[in-house]
Ligand binder design. Structure first.
Ligand code: RBF
Length: 336
C-alpha cells in the first residue's frame, strides 16, 4: 500500500516535471505560459520609498495578470557592481522584462543592451530614447522640487528665518541640475532673499551622519530641511524633531512618520507608474524605444494636502498659499 502511494507520488512528480519541460519548450516556440519579471533595486529597498513603490507596482500588475513571476533583486549600495549584476540578469535569458529605477540606470542599461539586445527593460526615474529594447519614464522633478521649496520657505518664514536646507544622498545630474535649482526657485518665489544650504551625505543609508549634518544646519539658522537621502532621511527627521526644525518629505507622504515635524510631502506616484507600465508590457503594448516625461498635469507629481497631520502641523495661512501654488501648477498657469 505504502509502496503504491510512493509510486503514485513519483508518477505525479514525473508528470509535473514533464509539464514544466513542455512549458519550457513551448516558451521557446514563442508560446509563453508563464512570464518572468526581474525588479532590480539599485541600492536597498528599506528606507527608500521610491524603490518600495517600484516593487509594489510591478507586483500588483503581475498579480492582476496571473502567471507572472516577479523576482526582486537588491543590487546593494556599491554602484560599481550594478552593471555586472544587470549583465548577469540579462545573460540568464530568463526574464521577459527587467524593471529598475534611478537616473543612472539608462546609461548602464545601454551597455548591457549592446550585448543582450533581446532583453527588454522598463526604467523609471530616468530618461533615454531610441533603444528599441528600453522604455523610460522620468518625472517632472522641477515641479516636485519647486513645490517642496515653496513649502519649505513658507514654513521657514513663520519660524523667522530665510534659510532652508537640502540633505541629499549624493550628487547626480538630476539633483544638481533640476532638484536643487527648482527647490531654490520655489523658495525664492516666496521671498527672493531665501538661501539654500545644500549638504551631501555621500551614501543613501547613514542616518547618524545625516542627523549630524542636519543638526549643524539647524544650529546655523536653517528652519526647514528637504530630505532626499534614502535611509539617511530618518536622521534628518530625528535632528529636526530634537532641535525644533521642520522637514519636507520627498517622493511619498511622510506626515505620519513624525507628526508635527514633517511640514510638507512633495510626491511621485511611482507605484502607479510601475503598475501601469508593467501592465502595458504584459499586454504587449509598452512603447519600447520611447522616453516619456510626466508631471503634475499627468497625475504623477503632487503635493499632499488632504492629510490631517499636514493640517495640524502647518498654519492655515501657509496651507492656503501652498494650495494656490498647486492650483496654478495643475491649471498650467505656472509651467516649470
Ligand atoms: N534615492 C533613494 O531614495 N534611495 C537610494 O538608494 C537612491 N540611490 C540613488 C543612486 C543613484 C546613482 C542616483 C543617481 C540616485 C539615487 N537615488 C536614490 C535618488 C532617486 O533616484 C531620486 O532622485 C530621489 O528618490 C528623489 O526623487
Amino acid at each position: 500500500m505504502k509502496q503504491r502511494m510512493k509510486h503514485g507520488l513519483f508518477t505525479a512528480l514525473a508528470m509535473m516535471l514533464s509539464v514544466s519541460l513542455w512549458a519550457g519548450a513551448g516558451r521557446e516556440r514563442g508560446a509563453p505560459l508563464g512570464r518572468e519579471i526581474a525588479v532590480f533595486i539599485p541600492g536597498l529597498m528599506a528606507g527608500s520609498a521610491i524603490y518600495e513603490m517600484l516593487a509594489q507596482g510591478v507586483k500588483r500588475a503581475a498579480q492582476e495578470a496571473g502567471a507572472v513571476n516577479v523576482t526582486v533583486i537588491e543590487g546593494g549600495y556599491n554602484q560599481a557592481d550594478w552593471e555586472a549584476s544587470l549583465t548577469s540578469l540579462a545573460a540568464m535569458h530568463k526574464y521577459d522584462l527587467i524593471v529598475s529605477s534611478n537616473p543612472s540606470l539608462p546609461a548602464l542599461v545601454q551597455a548591457v543592451s549592446a550585448r543582450f539586445p533581446q532583453q527588454k527593460f522598463l526604467l523609471l526615474d530616468g530618461e533615454y530614447a531610441g533603444n528599441p529594447s528600453v522604455y523610460t519614464l522620468r518625472y517632472n522633478q522641477r515641479e516636485q522640487a519647486y513645490l517642496a521649496g515653496y513649502c519649505a520657505a513658507l514654513n521657514a518664514q513663520e519660524r523667522g528665518t530665510r534659510r532652508i536646507g537640502l540633505v541629499a544622498g549624493q550628487e547626480y545630474p538630476a539633483m544638481n541640475d533640476i532638484i536643487l535649482p527648482a527647490y531654490t526657485d520655489g523658495a525664492r518665489a516666496v521671498d527672493p532673499d531665501f538661501t539654500v544650504d545644500f549638504r551631501v551625505l555621500g551614501n543613501w543609508f547613514d542616518a547618524g551622519k545625516a542627523a549630524d549634518l542636519s543638526t549643524a544646519l539647524i544650529r546655523s539658522g536653517v528652519g526647514v530641511i528637504l530630505a532626499i537621502a534614502g535611509g539617511g532621511n530618518e536622521g534628518v527627521v530625528a535632528a529636526a524633531a530634537e532641535h525644533g526644525a521642520g522637514v519636507v518629505w520627498f517622493d511619498t507622504n511622510g506626515y505620519a512618520l513624525r507628526p508635527g515635524v514633517i511640514v510638507g510631502s512633495a510626491v511621485l506616484y511611482q507605484e502607479k507608474a510601475a503598475y501601469e507600465k508593467t501592465k502595458l508590457f504584459l499586454a504587449g503594448e509598452l512603447p519600447l524605444g520611447k522616453a516619456e516625461v510626466v508631471g503634475i498635469a499627468e497625475g504623477y507629481v503632487d503635493f499632499i494636502e488632504d492629510d490631517p497631520h499636514y493640517q495640524a502641523a502647518v498654519s492655515e495661512s501657509v496651507r492656503q498659499k501652498q494650495a494656490a501654488l498647486i492650483a496654478r501648477l495643475r491649471a498650467g498657469a505656472l509651467k516649470l
